[in-house]
Design a protein around this ligand. Structure first.
Ligand SMILES: Cc1ncc(COP(=O)(O)O)c(C=O)c1O
Length: 347
């Protein structure tokens, strides 16, 4: 978008660089719906191996990964447990209700996490007049909480509780690789307790299109049916899948750089009057801060930084603002963002 010098609105704004574009232009392609696109097949194999699952399915978006997974796990009237800030609940246009017919049951919990005990308490008794609690969903990292990593032990406990109650366990891994890089925990370890898990190619990984859902062979076979039903099957999709292959080969380790810059930004913001940010709690590439003490609303704050300095933040609530670092933030982007905030606060 013109007029934006530093775009911290999301890690979805990245654009493919020349090397990624070259890989896309030169990709071998075939008919993806017939499973004949070699680049899509390669991407699926890469992700299945990375996540330690039998098979994987390339889909146009992470949102569709959630819909397809819930459609495989649930029948109309079934209930899905997920955090009250989870993406499918807030930002998928009610998809799980509209497309799957599932009831979403929000769980509270600090920092985007919930506990095994909450799962045990939430599972409904098997009586014919209650919805059947059928699945749980974990968001790695927890976006609206500020990119918080679910600790491996907590993921394992929550899934053990879910499994004991007969639930399917699903991971929305939109930023799973951020958690992998931040914690040093292998992706396969985070994915192991889940029946289904996906990762997004278009967030920190910087590809232009797509996400990949993984699970057992039987789960993925069923996933193909819903992919087709939702209109997500494609043709020469290797052109876009090649961006994902490139991203997995070149853009994973560099996420550490985004995390470092998010911490720098948070530390700088913490020094400014009226801003509340817990810089020590920034684990990955997302910084959430409160501008209430400045006397500005989030909207006013965001408008000032954008109009005066070309720095774009996202406004999450009346006084809550979010910044996300990514590979298209210029080298001096954090300094420019802090200068923009200082200018905004000058009135
Ligand atoms: C946690 C989380 N889940 C799911 C999605 C949806 O991903 P996509 O934009 O690829 O549909 C997002 C996108 O912002 C997200 O942040």
């Amino acid at each position: 978008m013109s007029g934006i010098a530093v775009d911290l609105v999301s890690d979805t704004v990245t654009r493919p660089g020349p090397a990624m574009r070259r890989a896309m232009a030169e990709a071998e392609v075939g008919d993806e719906q017939n499973r004949e696109d070699p680049t899509v097949n390669r991407l699926q194999d890469m992700v299945a191996e990375l996540l330690g699952k039998e098979a994987a399915l390339f889909l146009p978006s992470g949102t569709m990964c959630n819909q397809v997974a819930f459609a495989v796990h649930c029948r109309p009237g079934d209930e899905i447990l997920l955090h009250e800030t989870a993406h499918p609940l807030l930002y998928e246009s009610g998809g799980p209700s509209a497309l799957v017919g599932a009831v979403m049951r929000p769980l509270a919990g600090a920092r985007g996490l919930y506990s095994a005990e909450q799962v045990r308490q939430a599972v409904r008794p098997r009586v014919h007049y209650m919805p059947r609690t059928r699945a749980l969903s974990v968001e790695q990292t927890a976006n609206i909480a500020g990119g918080v990593c679910w600790p491996l032990a907590q993921v394992e406990e929550v899934c053990a509780a879910g499994r004991a109650a007969g639930l399917a366990c699903h991971m929305d891994g939109a930023r799973l690789m951020n958690a992998v890089v931040a914690t040093g925990t292998p992706a396969g370890a985070f994915a192991a307790p889940f029946d289904s898990v996906w990762l997004d190619l278009t967030k920190g990984l910087g590809a232009p299109v797509g996400a990949v859902l993984a699970g057992s062979r039987a789960f993925i076979e069923e996933g193909w049916v819903f992919k087709q039903r939702l209109g997500g099957a494609m043709r020469q999709a290797g052109i876009v899948a090649a961006g994902g292959v490139f991203a997995l080969e070149h853009h994973v380790e560099r996420l550490a750089e985004d995390h470092k810059r998010a911490r720098q930004l948070a530390r700088g913001l913490a020094e400014l009057p009226g801003l509340a940010v817990d810089a020590d709690r920034v684990e990955t590439n997302i910084v959430i801060f409160d501008v209430r003490g400045t006397g500005l609303t989030g909207e006013e704050f965001g408008r000032r930084t954008l109009e005066r300095s070309g720095v774009r933040f996202s406004v999450l609530g009346p006084t809550l603002v979010r910044a996300v670092t990514h590979l298209d933030v210029p080298p001096d982007g954090v300094d420019r963002a802090l200068a923009a905030v200082r200018a905004a606060l000058r009135g």
